[in-house]
Ligand binder design. Structure first.
Ligand SMILES: C[S@@+](CC[C@H](N)C(=O)[O-])C[C@H]1O[C@@H](n2cnc3c(N)ncnc32)[C@H](O)[C@@H]1O
Length: 413
């Protein structure tokens, strides 16, 4: 997987090598020379796992070469598994030949996937393959938020609180959490909005849901430090998790509801968790071209700026009120309304902090990955941030919607 993506996605327990069965003795000898003497599992002719003294493991998958340039691996049940011809990849900058993404996904079917499997397959989905069930729902987003995206938001949690302060106040005013409300916060991240809701719902409860374990860990820690007892956090996909039916009076989401790969399914699922008539209050970005923080950073990086799709997971997927209303109506919500919110967003006390912060955004990473001359682009990014440093820190204009709706009274739980 890492060879295909050209990056180290996580620490790995082993290295998988597909080798011609004829070459197996030579490969074993070479590995033994390199210290891999210990046989961990001998499942030949299907597989052989060897390890060295430090516990590093290599799994060998012998194949009988086939005319297409690939190979067939004998299976324990007597059948064969076909590896198509290898494709180009890199490890540590060195070119290698590796198993293509589709075949790697096939190797992870037939059992209940672990979170690690889901995250790995999600990373492979970035290569443009369609994932089969059970990897489909939000696999790519889970890989991002439970990986680099989540780590970035944990590292900059304080700054994000400051970044969104003005928008958050406007959002909370519309949310108007009641003292007895049972509140669901979807895509709660490190839980600032969850804690804000908990402080208002003094006789109620608040549940924050997110895909990122790292962000939830910080959310739990901060809630405990702040003495909040009516708040809990759940690692789950809001699109598919089976919430108790009709168990919440209000669902809030601060920039956490634009990343569903099937928004109608997601809001239908959230709607089931709400009692009939319960309110939905979402803070979402308006159009990308109306958000200076996005246009300025993108034009500084100078890469191609493809238009974001109107639906599907991206920060602007609910930017068009007509699209958002269509999704929510289909999902069983009524009384759709929007509040236009225009407030500056803060990027840090100085250019250096803002630069570090901006570098970790998924969109920045994607843009940089597609550039031939990232150094020049990074210099332009620094200059753009410096130009927005007022002396009191770096700020950009932003525009968001607070979307409100209600679960229809006549939908069935
Ligand atoms: C831009 S962040 C916003 C986080 C937080 N609400 C805040 O304002 O700081 C988007 C959040 O949505 C979460 N998210 C995305 N898709 C999700 C899903 N299907 N289920 C639950 N959380 C999701 C991400 O993990 C991430 O924490």
């Amino acid at each position: 997987m890492d060879a295909l993506l050209g990056e180290t996605s996580r620490p790995h327990a082993d290295l998988d090598l597909v080798v011609s069965a004829d070459d197996l003795p030579a490969v074993r000898a070479a590995l033994a020379n390199a210290g891999f003497h210990r046989i961990l599992r001998d499942w030949l002719p299907t597989a052989l796992a060897v390890a060295d003294e430090t516990g590093r493991e290599v799994d060998l998958h012998p194949v009988a070469p086939t005319p297409d340039g690939g190979g067939d691996q004998r299976q324990p049940d007597g059948g064969t598994f076909h590896y198509p011809p290898p494709v180009a990849g890199t490890i540590g900058g060195r070119p290698v030949r590796c198993v293509d993404a589709r075949t790697q996904v096939l190797c992870h079917l037939g059992y209940e996937p672990t979170i690690k499997d889901r995250s790995d397959m999600g990373r492979l989905a970035r290569l443009g393959i369609t994932l089969p069930e059970p990897y489909r729902a939000n696999a790519g987003e889970a890989a991002e938020w439970d990986g680099p995206g989540g780590e970035h938001r944990v590292k900059f949690a304080d700054l994000i609180e400051a970044q969104l302060r003005r928008l958050n106040e406007r959002f909370l005013a519309v949310a108007a959490v009641g003292t007895r409300d049972r509140v669901l916060d979807t895509g709660c991240g490190t839980g600032q909005s969850t804690r804000d809701a908990a402080r208002a719902a003094v006789e109620g409860i608040v549940v924050g849901v997110d895909l990122s374990e790292a962000m939830l860990a910080l959310a739990r820690q901060l809630s405990a430090e702040q003495g909040l007892r009516n708040v809990s956090f759940l690692r789950a996909d809001a699109q598919t998790h089976e919430f108790p039916a009709a168990s919440f009076d209000l669902c809030v989401s601060r920039f956490g509801s634009m990343f569903f790969d099937d928004p109608v399914a997601a809001f239908t699922n959230i709607g089931r968790a709400l009692r009939p008539g319960a309110r939905l209050v979402l803070l979402v970005w308006q159009d990308r071209d109306h958000n200076e923080w996005s246009t300025a950073i993108r034009s500084a990086l100078g890469g191609p700026v493809p238009a974001p799709p109107l639906t599907g997971p991206n920060p602007f997927s609910l930017a068009d009120p007509v699209v958002a209303e269509g999704i929510l109506t289909e999902a069983g919500f009524v009384d759709f309304a929007t509040v236009d919110v225009r407030e500056p967003v803060f990027y840090g006390r100085n250019t250096e902090i803002a630069y570090d912060f901006a570098l970790g955004f998924p969109s920045t990473r994607d843009l940089l990955a597609g550039l031939d001359a990232p150094t020049t682009a990074l210099e332009r990014l620094r200059a753009t941030l410096a130009a927005h440093d007022t002396g009191d820190g770096v700020s950009f204009d932003s525009r968001a919607w607070v979307i409100t709706a209600r679960r229809a009274l006549d939908t069935q739980g």
